[in-house]
Design a protein around this ligand. Structure first.
Ligand code: 9MR
Length: 356
């Protein structure tokens, strides 16, 4: 872990994001996405894990590039409440301590989700239909981190129109036990536990131009509109932003209209998990890198146009920690830095997007 002195040394070496004596193009080269985002009054950050913080080179890159962290898995319920009623905050606390020591913020991810739960939970919810299995967890987590987090993903991926329900909600044990109001319960419990927390509904699938994306956007809008009318305390929509470089492209026109509608509901916007899948592309990594960068730019430019963006996070910072799925021929290159922590065209694209 970086101590303060190492951090300052690193900051001085990389120069400009502390604003030390550089200007013009040299500054643009050395500044991290963190500083570029700050200038635009928003935060850039990424998902990480406590194990990655032990990698000194990676930790330096993290501090240089990111002003905001999110736990990739250590604040999910299967990590926090493996045994019913016994909370393990170790992972989240370690990330929070690192973030605080480096002047970064931390987001919470995620309180209520259909998956990544401890094995005992779905059965307990189905048999008892006890709402406190949802509300007590939300209350305990939000109180534990009260006042300390940038924002919370309160409910994650609750929408799936392909399941065929008229409200577009995803069938899951929460829905089965409590009906659609499980989402309301979660947000209300979070608001009660920390009235000043920024509460986010987080989901994926709003960017593309396919019929499925279209249905997804419609279901998301109608869910958000209904929830806000019922007084459910949702502050922002989290767009995960998992894109594909060689799949259906971002539909800028449809995304633009969608975001205008979201903004008209009074919601803020966060990009919470951006990355660009480069599988299926050319063997030439330079070609894949360019396609990844282009997809990222197409997406982020429209998001920034919509305004009201509080944060942009990528789902990891460097390709170093990406796993190569068995069926992939090449190591994935879907994040701003390569596995040697070198900035890639995606980094440049994000820097340009952030610069406006
Ligand atoms: O990257 C995460 C992986 O390490 C976990 O095993 C997995 C299940 O908890 O979740 C992955 O992150 C997901 C995120 O929490 C929600 N949106 C989709 C992400 C996967 O791309």
């Amino acid at each position: 872990m970086l101590n303060r002195r190492a951090f300052l040394r690193n900051a001085a070496a990389t120069g400009a994001w502390l604003g030390v004596g550089m200007s013009g193009p040299a500054q643009a080269q050395t500044e991290g996405l963190r500083a570029l985002a700050m200038r635009r009054n928003l935060a850039y950050g990424c998902a990480t894990a406590t194990d990655q913080l032990k990698d000194a080179d990676f930790a330096s890159a993290l501090v240089r590039e990111a002003g905001l962290l999110v736990a990739e898995y250590e604040m999910k319920r299967n990590a926090v409440e493996r045994t019913r009623g016994h909370y393990d905050f170790a992972g989240g606390d370690a990330l929070l301590n690192f973030a605080k020591a480096q002047g970064m913020a931390l987001r919470g991810h995620t309180l209520v989700w259909f998956t990544s739960n401890p094995d005992w939970l779905p059965e307990a919810v189905k048999t008892s239909r006890d709402e406190t299995l949802l509300t007590a967890y939300v209350n305990t987590m939000v109180r534990h981190y009260r006042g300390a987090l940038h924002s919370w993903d309160v409910v994650n991926e609750a929408i799936d129109p392909t399941a065929g329900r008229s409200d577009g909600l995803r069938p899951c044990f929460w829905l089965e036990a409590f009906g659609p109001s499980y989402i309301d319960l979660a947000f209300q419990a979070a608001r009660a536990a920390d009235p000043s927390a920024r509460l986010v509904y987080n989901d994926q699938g709003c960017e593309g131009g396919t019929e499925a994306n279209h249905k997804f956007r419609a279901a998301t809008l109608s869910f958000l509109e209904g929830a806000l009318k019922r007084g459910v305390p949702i502050d922002a929509l989290g767009l995960q932003g998992h894109l594909q470089a060689f799949g259906p492209p971002v539909d800028q026109k449809k995304l633009r209209v969608f975001l205008e509608n979201v903004r008209a509901l009074g919601l803020r916007i966060l990009v919470t998990e951006h990355d660009v899948d480069d599988s299926g592309g050319s063997r030439d990594s330079a070609v894949r890198d360019q396609a990844v960068a282009d997809a990222s730019r197409r997406f982020l430019d429209v998001v920034f146009e919509a305004g009201g963006v509080d944060a942009v996070l990528t789902w990891g910072l460097s390709d170093r920690y990406l796993e190569q799925a068995g069926f992939l021929k090449f190591a994935p290159r879907r994040l701003p830095l390569d596995s040697a922590l070198k900035r890639k065209p995606m980094w440049q694209a994000m820097a340009r997007s952030l610069a406006g």
